[in-house]
Structures are given as C-alpha cells and as structure tokens.
Ligand binder design. Structure first.
Ligand code: C2E
Ligand code: CA
Ligand code: CA
Length: 422
C-alpha cells in the first residue's frame, strides 16, 4: 500500500520491487537509507503539521531530484530508503552529491516550513555484483545511517566492515561509562591556556577521561560519539561542569583568584528546552561567578544557524558565561556568520593550525583570519601548538592564547594545581 502522506511506496512493496530489480539486472546499485536528524524536536517545537510538511517535501524531493532512483519508500516515521542505479560512481562522488542534495532539500523545506532546516542522516551501501539479498543490503545501509548521527562534518557514511567494529566498541564503552558515572570516577583533566603575550596561565579547558577495569585511560575519541548517539553525553557534560564549579569554588574559598575554566557543551544539549536554566542553576548552587566559566560549542552547531540555538547561546552569554566557537576551521567555517554570533572566543582547531603552517598560502590565510577576528574584538585561541617556532608564528599573527602540547597535555587536576595554581 502506498504511504498516504508522501505518496511513496511502503516498505514491503519496496523490498519486493528492489529485490526483483537487483536479481534480474546486472547493473551497479547503491542503497541509501536516511532519517531526519532530531525529527522529534521538529515535531515538538514546530508542531506535527510542520513535521508532516517536512516528510512530504522529502517524498517529493526523492521523486524529483533522484533521477536514478529505481524505487524509494518511507519505511516508517521519518525513515526513507531508496535503491539507486549508479554509473561510474565512487564514494568521493557520492559524498559530493549527497552534500549538494542535502543543501537543496534544506532550501525546499525552508520555503514550506519556515525556520526548519532538516539535516538528513544518510547511510550508503554499495551493492557488489551478483548480490541479491535486499534485506541484508538495507540493513547495512541502516548501520551506516546510524553511524552518521553525530558525525556532523560528514554528508553521509558509506558502509564498510569497519563500521561493525565501531558498533562493538560502543557496546564495550557504554557499560564502562555507566559504571564510572554512578561511582563518580570519571576523570577530569585540565589543559592550560597560556597568554601569548605574557606567557602566563590565563585559563584551562576541562577534558574528560574514562578508566577501564584494568586501570587504562580511555581517551574521549573512543567514547564521545557513542555517548552522543545515546544522549548520555548530557550526563557527561554536566558531570564535568559540576567538577569545574566545585574546583573554582575551592579556589575562591582558599583566597585564590581563579582562571576561567572551559568545558565542552555537546550539540545534543541544545534540544533540551531547559539547558540554559540547568547550567545557570549549577553555577548558582556552587556560588560561582559565571565569568569564570567558559562554554565551548563546536562550530558546526552554529552553522546550522538555527534561531533556537543562537538564542540559547545568547542567553548563556547574557547571564555572564563566556562562550567560544570550538574547532574553527574544520569544515563549516564562515567568517560572515562568526561576525553575527553571540560569542567571545574563537578556538582555531589544531588541524587548521597544522595545515595552515605547512604552506605559504596557508600561512597567509591564517594570518588573514586572525586579523579579521581580531578586528571584530574576538579573542583567539590557537590549539595544537607543539613547538616554540609555531608559537612564535601564530603570536606574530595576533593569536591571544596558546593551548597545546608545547606547554602541557591535558593533565590531572592535582598536577595542574601543583604546577599552575599558587
Ligand atoms: P577539543 O575540544 O578540540 O579538545 C582539544 C583536544 O586537542 C584534546 O584532546 C587535547 O588533548 C588535544 N590537543 C591539545 N593540544 C594539542 C597538541 O598540541 N597536539 C595534539 N596532537 N593534540 C592536542 P582530547 O582530550 O583527546 O579530546 C578530544 C575531544 O573530545 C575534544 O576536542 C572534545 O571535542 C571532546 N571532549 C573531551 N571531553 C569532553 C567532554 O567532557 N564533553 C564533550 N562534549 N566533549 C568532550
Ligand atoms: Ca573544546
Ligand atoms: Ca577544539
């Protein structure tokens, strides 16, 4: 039976048509599986009618803009699957094409549902020749789709056997996180930020670590994505913020003038209506003046440019917290947008810094970026500075603060206090 909302076929019919197609033809195909990121949020914030409009638009979009689509369906709720015939297409090309199509879809939706900018999570599976198990192929596209959630710099994820390893990693990590959270044994490390002018400590970033049963430290690269997918990142970030508040309170009580400590606020928080109040409450509970706390928000969050996100960030700043754009230069950067964002600090990502320092043009680019950011009164932190030479260069370009292995890696709090706090 066709789906009455979108006019696309239903899942059963799709399986039967797509199955017949791949069995009877020897053409190259891919399966694309997609769902709308934070669809639940669109429904609750904008209403179910707008949610329906988005789904209808996606249905029309698939019919009109995927000319090589053999068949496509809405399998359930906000999930769509398509079988696409491909000629001479590799992953690179698919990445570019998906990126273009996603932008196009956003423009179409923006016309019918004002303020909504849906981001599709897209998983791709390339069928191999003679492969005729459609159900297994759809499963693989769905595994890739789920991995796409939280990978905001990627237009889509292409299935590979390696994804199965990632899934296994999540299964191992989550119980360790739950256990450490319950026992309050998550470690919070601090990495100093040093003034490029005075070479003195001006702040630090709080970064979390897990410890496994054998006492090995597990770095965030191994657990952040899994926590974002399950929403548990919200618990982690509040754990870190609580730790930071207690630490600053302790310093104030000891008569020490605190430096500003930053923590990372995952994008997942912005879909929680009370996030601003929750953060303010915590600072109040420990009686910590907000200027000692800085909130790092990764740049791709801002470049969805949703009014809802910008207004929350604005409120946090109005309350007195400092706000920084983290990971600047990793993909979405737009100087014109930065200019209108309610933020105090821009953190140049270590990959951007490293890449820029490699060539003359890169150096010129970074110099120009820092100059422009300076002109609009933003503070600039350079991450990933590892040598005196690099420090000298970025300082001469006008960078205000250095965060990098040159001074210290993220270190346990007691070590940090011994070294920097007197
Ligand atoms: P980030 O926010 O960009 O943090 C900086 C990362 O760069 C840290 O990695 C730090 O160790 C690394 N780094 C700093 N200086 C250098 C350098 O000179 N050379 C090199 N090679 N690396 C340097 P870390 O601690 O492994 O954290 C990775 C990412 O995990 C962080 O990137 C942040 O996005 C995320 N993260 C860590 N803790 C939390 C947390 O509690 N909550 C959330 N939401 N994210 C977290
Ligand atoms: Ca950060
Ligand atoms: Ca960063």
């Amino acid at each position: 039976m066709p789906d009455s909302l979108t006019g696309l076929m239903g899942f059963e019919e799709f399986l039967s048509q797509a199955g017949a197609e791949i069995c009877s033809n020897q053409k190259p195909y891919l399966i694309a599986a997609a769902d709308v990121g934070d669809f639940h949020y669109i429904n609750t914030e904008y209403g179910y009618d707008i949610g329906d409009t988005v789904l209808k638009d996606i249905g029309d979009f698939l019919r009109m803009f995927l000319p090589n689509m053999v068949c496509g369906c809405r399998s359930h709720s906000d999930h769509f699957i398509a079988l696409i015939c491909i000629q001479d297409v590799d992953s690179e090309r698919v990445f570019r094409e998906v990126k273009r199509l996603k932008e196009l879809l956003k423009n179409i939706v923006a016309k019918n549902a004002k303020g909504v900018s849906p981001n599709l999570n897209v998983g791709i599976y390339f069928l191999s020749e003679n492969e005729n198990n459609i159900v297994a192929a759809v499963d693989k596209a769905n595994i890739a789709r789920r991995t796409c959630k939280g990978n905001y710099n990627l237009p889509c994820v292409v299935y590979s056997e390696h994804l199965m390893d990632l899934k296994e990693n999540s299964a191992k990590i989550l119980p360790i996180f739950d256990d450490s959270f319950r026992k309050e044994s998550i470690r919070v490390y601090l990495q100093p930020k040093i003034s490029s002018e005075t070479k003195k400590l001006v702040g630090a970033e709080a970064l979390s670590r897990l410890v496994d049963a054998e006492g090995n430290i597990i770095p965030p690269t191994k657990f952040i994505a899994a926590l974002e997918k399950t929403g548990k990142i919200v618990d982690l970030d509040f754990y870190v913020l609580t730790f930071v508040c207690k630490l600053i309170r302790k310093w104030i009580d000891a008569g020490i003038e605190p430096v500003t400590i930053s923590f990372n606020l995952s994008r997942v928080h912005f879909y929680n209506a009370s996030v601003v109040e929750d953060i303010c409450k915590l600072a109040e509970q420990y009686n910590v003046p907000p200027q000692y706390i800085e909130i790092e928000v990764t740049e791709s969050v801002f470049f969805e440019a949703s009014e809802m996100i910008v207004s929350k960030v604005h409120k946090l700043r109005e309350y007195g917290f400092k706000v920084s754009v983290d990971d600047f230069g990793t993909g979405y950067s737009s100087l014109s947008l930065i200019g209108v964002l309610p933020v105090d600090v821009v953190k140049l990502d270590k990959s951007f810094v490293k890449e820029s320092l490699k060539s003359e043009r890169g150096n010129e680019l970074m110099k120009g970026v820092i100059r422009i950011l300076n002109e609009i009164q933003l503070e600039i932190v350079c991450e990933g500075v590892e040598t005196h030479e690099e420090e000298k260069i970025v300082t001469s370009y006008g960078c205000d603060e250095i965060q990098g292995y040159l001074y210290d890696k993220p270190i346990p709090t007691d070590e940090f206090e011994n070294k920097y706090i007197h």
